[in-house]
Design a binder for this molecule. Sequence first.
Ligand code: OAD
Length: 237
Amino acid sequence: MSHIRNIVILTGAGVSAESGIDTFRGGGGLWEQHRVEDVATPEAFARDPELVLRFYDMRRAAIQTKEPNAAHRALARLEREWPKKAPGAQVLIVTQNVDDLHERGGALDVLHMHGEHLNAWCNACDARSRWTGPLLHRPPCPACGKAALRPDIVWFGEIPYRMEDIYQALGAADLFVSIGTSGAVYPAAGFVRTARELGLQTLELNLERSQGSAWFHESRLGPATEIVPAWVDELLG
Ligand code: OAD
């Protein structure tokens, strides 16, 4: 791995699964309990805001009772220590997760491409405010005072955040690693193909083969709390 310098890591719900946060797909997943089109689209919010706000208020409350696990901590260690091992090199953690467990696990710079539960976004003035409580009672925006806050979550049909930054990081990277994601949701699911076109090494760490598994040079299967720390140990030597 001596030729590896810059690393882009994409994480998904599987990284937080062992912290007790439900994944989306598969048996018992969130999308088995709730219809996406009822709670995770702009149309749903326009049609029935109370249902949508209640759903995200529950999720926001739930994540605050969970703790980061060994996978989150290992990735934070890699972010911190990799530049010492490969001077000037960078690790970028891009997550589809809307929890804050990477940060609470010690990561300093996490790109939340699908938004964050702990932010509220004002539809009136566009400000984002840190938000830990409920939104159901339509509280005023701390910036403009209007009752126009929504969860800062990228819903289906909306464009994920900071795509240019992600593609720029992929363009400067040597290794792309996908961790705990099913590869079912684009554009994140397409990063591996971009990485291949750009000539990066690609590695998947997941409980089972993801939908895009065939695109990876290597797949390591197992629970994130075991295979992620093992991979980080290997990389850091
Ligand atoms: P999914 O629920 O689609 O996939 C989770 C993946 O993690 C699956 O491939 C599981 O096999 C794997 N997994 C489960 N437990 C694991 C463990 N302990 N260790 C390692 N892997 C494990 O979640 P995502 O791929 O993150 O978007 O879903 C992508 C997006 O779809 C989400 O960001 C969300 C959802 O709709 C929005 O809400 C905008």
